[in-house]
Design a protein around this ligand. Structure first.
Ligand SMILES: Cc1ncc(COP(=O)(O)O)c(C=O)c1O
Length: 446
């Protein structure tokens, strides 16, 4: 049994029963990183330190932590209506939030299906794509196209279209009929790029090759992240997403943008689709919609897509899909209050204005020992460290521990890549503090 030595109030002395997700459990339990409080840009540790959160929780607390109006809205909602089934019943907050999100979405993305996480949002979007073609009499369109180095959560749909081998290899045959575009990242052509790389738009043409191989009549949808976040911040090359859109149009494939990370201001506009001027048929979102306070995800769909389902006898369910906690009242209250904060504090514009400040600051890490590449876009950055001779991931893991235990900063690791994604409330001074701490971290593990 693992024991933690400190005895601060509320700190458990048995860490064993909790099987932690995406965590090196034994290493954590030997040297825990326990957080007990949060406010704004800071987290409070169980041993009484205040550490800067350089990753907005996990790309989600875009409005900062424990914002008073959001906390109050959740408290009010809990006291008034804790739960109502989302099947055949509703509550006002769900309709209001759907309308508010649709108003923020580009073009005619005007209906919202709610769920509870990014993974559920992805599976929902993939299912809608399949069902859409089926009810239009094109039931042969069953293939789904993802991308190498894509991350779409951990449902069977998401890991099937996702492109991370460790997330796929132990889980059987996954979904049948999935193919993958190549990754858009090439260090040879893109190293140390701020924003969208010049090189790589032609990689979208690989979709033509995939269509030629399988025939368009067998393909339902293409799903990509406008910026691959979890595999180390890989922004789409200039013109890449436009080209994907054109090819999808040519072959009547649905284009899904997975905006679980990029949604709600990470790249400036509310959705990255707007930054790139590309209209997808669906957008998946989660994380920032409630600033990480209450789990929520969802799928935005274009009007025509929703309308296609609205046929048949009116007493019948149109889409056999949904979750017990779809549009949960607490999540909706949190979402509405979060959107108010984004609007009242103009946080998306703030993120856009800070992008060059952030990019310059992070790029100053170029030249530190073992830094192989740095990428920045919006308020996101990936810093590739040279893998340790003992094996991939070791230097990254050491960096996370160094940052947390000695530099008072929480950073995120994808293998040996440090990811930074501060809340949109971050100040220029705090960007400086984060980059300083990351520099010291890199030197310590170099
Ligand atoms: C692009 C993308 N899609 C889906 C997910 C899965 O979200 P969740 O962990 O809420 O299921 C993530 C999580 O980071 C993500 O980055």
């Amino acid at each position: 049994m693992s024991q933690v030595e400190h005895t601060a109030a509320g700190v458990p002395n048995d860490l064993e029963p909790y099987w932690m997700p995406f965590t090196a459990n034994r290493a954590f339990k030997a040297a825990p990183r326990l957080i007990v409080s949060a406010k704004g840009m800071r987290l409070g540790t169980a041993d009484g330190r205040s550490v800067i959160d350089a990753i907005a929780g996990m790309w989600c607390c875009n409005a900062g932590h424990n914002r008073d109006p959001i906390v109050a809205a959740i408290q009010r909602q809990a006291a008034e209506l804790d739960y109502v089934t989302a099947f055949q019943f509703g509550h006002p907050g769900a309709f209001e939030l759907a309308a508010r999100i649709a108003a923020l979405a580009p073009g005619d993305l005007d209906h919202v299906f709610f769920c509870n996480s990014g993974s559920e949002a992805v599976d929902t979007a993939l299912k809608i794509a399949l069902a859409f073609h089926a009810i239009r009499g094109e039931g042969s369109r069953t293939r789904l196209i993802g991308r190498e180095r894509g991350y779409h959560g951990v449902g069977f749909g998401g890991i099937s279209v996702g492109g991370i081998v460790a997330n796929r290899k132990l889980f059987g045959t996954l979904l049948a009929g999935v193919d993958h575009l190549p990754t858009t990242y090439s260090r040879d052509h893109q190293a140390f790029t701020k924003g969208e790389p010049e090189w790589g738009a032609h990689l979208a043409d690989e979709l033509e090759r995939i269509v030629a191989l399988h025939d368009a009549s067998t393909i339902a949808a293409v799903i990509v992240e406008p910026m691959a976040g979890s595999t180390g911040v890989l922004p789409a090359p200039k013109g890449y997403l436009q080209r994907l859109r054109e090819i999808c149009d040519r072959h009547r494939l649905l284009l899904i943008f997975d905006e679980v990370i990029t949604g709600f201001g990470r790249l400036g506009p509310c959705f990255a689709a707007e930054r790139y001027g590309v209209q997808p048929d669906m957008i998946t979102f989660a994380k920032g919609v409630t600033s990480g306070t209450v789990p929520m995800g969802g799928v935005l769909v274009r009007k025509g897509l929703y309308d296609t389902f609205m046929r048949g006898p009116e007493h019948l369910v149109e889409l056999f899909h949904g979750y017990t906690y779809s549009a949960h009242p607490l999540a909706c209250a949190a979402g509405l209050a979060t959107l108010d904060v984004y609007r009242d504090e103009d946080l998306f514009a703030r993120a856009a204005a800070l992008e060059p400040v952030f990019a310059d600051a992070v790029m100053s890490l170029k030249g530190l020992p073992g830094v192989l590449d740095i990428r920045t876009v919006g308020l996101a950055a990936g810093i590739d460290l040279a893998p340790h001779p003992d094996g991939p991931g070791k230097r990254g893991f050491a960096a996370m521990n160094e940052a947390f235990h000695r530099q008072d900063a929480v950073i995120r690791l994808a293998g040996d890549t440090i990811a930074l994604s501060p809340s949109l409330i971050v100040t220029a001074d705090e960007i400086g503090e984060i980059v300083d701490k990351v520099a010291r971290t890199i030197r310590a593990v170099g």
